[in-house]
Write a protein that binds this ligand. Structure first.
Ligand SMILES: [Zn+2]
Length: 138
């Protein structure tokens, strides 16, 4: 289960809306208590994918490392990654799976015609062959 606190959720949705019709991405910082995760801070990041960004995103490894240090400095953890799917369902694509990390939660936000529609969170397995949906509360 992953719970995203209101201020963090607002940052995620406004970042996703501002980047529409491109995909946005970012990191989620907070706490992990067994299977219960709580996101307190969302950190918008630049989509570093060099091609058309309407259906692809890429995170710079150094941006992720910076988010990890920020989390540690605040006594938090890097809980997961978020990205948006413009005019598309919030599913976990094959590309998403291939570019995932098994130890993070992946929140996908569907933005339809520039507005928030729905969101899901996924937990990729260790060999990145499948991702289970995880309960998402926001
Ligand atoms: Zn995706």
């Amino acid at each position: 289960m992953i719970r995203i606190e209101r201020p963090a959720w607002d940052v995620i949705v406004s970042h996703a809306r501002s980047k529409y019709p491109d995909e946005c991405c970012g990191a989620m910082l907070g706490s992990i208590d067994g299977a219960a995760k709580r996101v307190r801070i969302a950190v918008p990041m630049e989509n570093a994918y060099s091609g058309p960004q309407g259906a692809r995103y890429e995170l710079r490894p150094q941006d992720l490392l910076a988010a990890e240090s920020e989390a540690r400095a605040k006594g938090m953890d890097l809980v997961g990654i978020f990205h948006s799917h413009p005019d598309c369902d919030a599913y976990f694509s094959d590309t998403d799976l291939k570019n995932s990390c098994p130890w993070y939660s992946f929140v996908v936000v569907s933005i339809c015609k520039g507005e928030f529609d729905h969101a899901n969170s996924f937990l990729p397995n260790a060999d990145q062959t499948a991702a289970d949906k995880e309960e998402l509360i926001f």
